[in-house]
Design a protein around this ligand. Structure first.
Ligand code: SAH
Length: 247
């Protein structure tokens, strides 16, 4: 990673200072039988910082959001570990570092990132992080059952700046375009042309690109006045981006 990834962070000397104290950010457990994940969450945020996630809004969002509410109860013990977790139907919630990394690449665009399109709602955690960062989030999911659950989770957290669409994400959301940022949380074999076309000038598309079983690369496409600029980052492992819709 180089410093030019963070053109809008020049004046920030301490990301730590911007994080609300944990006691304010995390509600107390309801009773003595409710597991308290506060310290696991604090440890996760410390680890993210060491891994290079320095954007204050992202750290604050991940410090505040109860990630355990986005997975089945049986998996909650592991939700703050540095690993991805199953969310049903063969899909996965990315490890905390990848969520932080993709969000940071997205928010480091040279333009203010206000309207964001997410492809692959899944558990709803990535959308919640973006909403918590102050973005207006448009999220598309091909499996309808995921959408209803994610929506209920967001409502319970009071996150109202998210719009949902049951659709094949390869088509994007043309009626809401252009977007300041687009984040794809499943891997296509090549960068979808329709999504590039829905980017605002100066906006970034963050997408893991590659065939299943082969190395996928986190790819950043930036739209310029007349063309697109492509950069490749981390090797990653995502579920495939699939065509069509499912109920
Ligand atoms: N962002 C999610 C990650 C979910 S895993 C989270 O925070 O939990 C990837 C998701 O992408 C799955 O839910 C999968 O159904 C969805 N997906 C795969 N191909 C898609 C497509 N063409 N359009 C929309 N969603 C797609």
């Amino acid at each position: 990673m180089n410093a030019s990834d963070f053109p809008r962070l020049k004046n920030i000397t301490s990301a730590k200072a911007a994080i609300p104290p944990t006691s304010e950010a995390v509600p107390a457990p309801r009773d003595k039988h409710t597991p308290d994940y506060t310290w696991a969450r604090v440890a996760m945020v410390e680890r993210l910082r060491e891994q290079g996630i320095i954007h204050p809004k992202i750290l604050a969002a991940m410090n505040t959001l109860a990630r355990e509410q986005f997975v089945d109860e049986a998996l909650r013990m592991r939700v703050y570990d540095d690993c991805s977790l199953p969310i049903g139907q063969g899909q996965t919630l990315s490890q905390p570092y990848i969520v932080g990394r993709m969000t940071q690449l997205l928010l480091s665009a040279a333009i203010p990132v206000k309207r964001v399109l997410e492809i692959g709602t899944g558990s709803g955690y990535q959308a919640a992080v973006l909403a918590h960062c102050g973005c207006m989030v448009f999220t598309i999911e091909r499996i309808e059952a995921f959408l209803a659950v994610a929506k209920a989770r967001h409502r319970a957290l009071g996150l109202l700046n998210i719009r949902y669409l049951h659709r094949d994400g390869f088509k994007g959301w043309p009626s809401q375009a252009p977007f300041d940022g687009i984040i794809v949380t499943a891997a296509p074999a090549i960068v979808p042309a329709e999504l590039k076309a829905q980017l605002a000038i100066g906006g970034r598309l963050i997408v893991p690109v590659g065939e299943q079983g082969e190395t996928q690369r986190l790819t950043v496409i930036t739209r310029t006045e007349n063309s697109f600029h492509s950069q490749q980052f981390d090797a990653v492992s995502f579920v495939p981006m699939l065509p069509g819709e499912q109920s």
